[in-house]
Design a protein. Structure first.
Lengths: 111, 113
């Protein structure tokens, strides 16, 4: 079963705009990660935020984590057409990374 | 260096047949994971190997599914008596240790007719 749910399911924006997607999860976690997937195939790891962190930046990406609400958000600033992809949040718990993925947000960036 | 590779890229088989899907992890990665992704869904965990042993196989849907990693490197996911519902993309990932980031392969798209 899926642990998390991303919101919205689909998002369409113009190039240069910011894109925000959210993730909610159900159980306590060690880490939360965001992945990108192009064309339904290879998953690319974007960023990891630990349960004791609240915000993290990597290039044009900004991730926040609110463990009290069991939610996270991914912000992509100054979007590009190449950012068009599906984005998944994934959570892990326990002594190893038994990662559970959400259902994904499909982002389309229009040039 | 080389990433995770999976073969074949695509596999079409008939209902009831046996299939094997192969995963070559990144060299030196001790942890290996298999996931299954159905259309429009996120990947779902199947099994995790630490070295040669299956440390967690709780995601395998039934006893038709089996995976091995005999030398702690290459892994093979085996599906017996395939059913149409097994059609999906099967993803493999590896990580240097169990606590580090997983790197995914491109997947094998399985279609059972």
């Amino acid at each position: 079963s899926q642990q998390g749910e991303e919101d919205p399911q689909a998002l369409s924006i113009q190039e240069g705009e910011n894109a925000t997607m959210n993730c909610s999860y159900k159980t306590s976690i060690n880490n939360l990660q965001w992945y990108r997937q192009n064309s339904g195939r290879g998953l690319v790891h974007l960023i990891l935020i630990r349960s004791n962190e609240r915000e993290k930046h990597s290039g044009r990406l900004r991730v926040t984590l609110d463990t009290s609400k069991k939610s996270s958000s991914l912000l992509i600033t100054a979007s590009r057409a190449a950012d068009t992809a599906s984005y998944f949040c994934a959570t892990d718990w326990g002594g190893y990374q038994k990662v559970t993925f959400g259902t994904g947000t499909k982002l389309q960036v229009i040039p | 260096g080389a990433g995770v590779s999976q073969t074949p890229s695509n596999k079409v088989t008939e209902k009831g047949k046996y299939v094997e899907l192969r995963c070559d992890p990144i060299s030196g990665h001790t942890a290996l994971y298999w996931y299954r992704q159905s259309l429009g869904q996120g990947p779902e965990f199947l099994i995790y190997f630490q070295g040669t042993g299956a440390a967690d196989d709780s995601g395998l849907p039934n006893d038709r599914f089996f995976a091995v990693r005999p030398e702690g490197s290459v892994s093979t996911l085996k599906i017996q008596r395939t059913e149409r519902g097994d059609s999906a993309v099967y993803l493999c990932a590896s990580s240097r240790t169990a606590q580090e980031t997983q790197y995914f392969g491109p997947g094998t798209r399985l279609l059972v007719l």
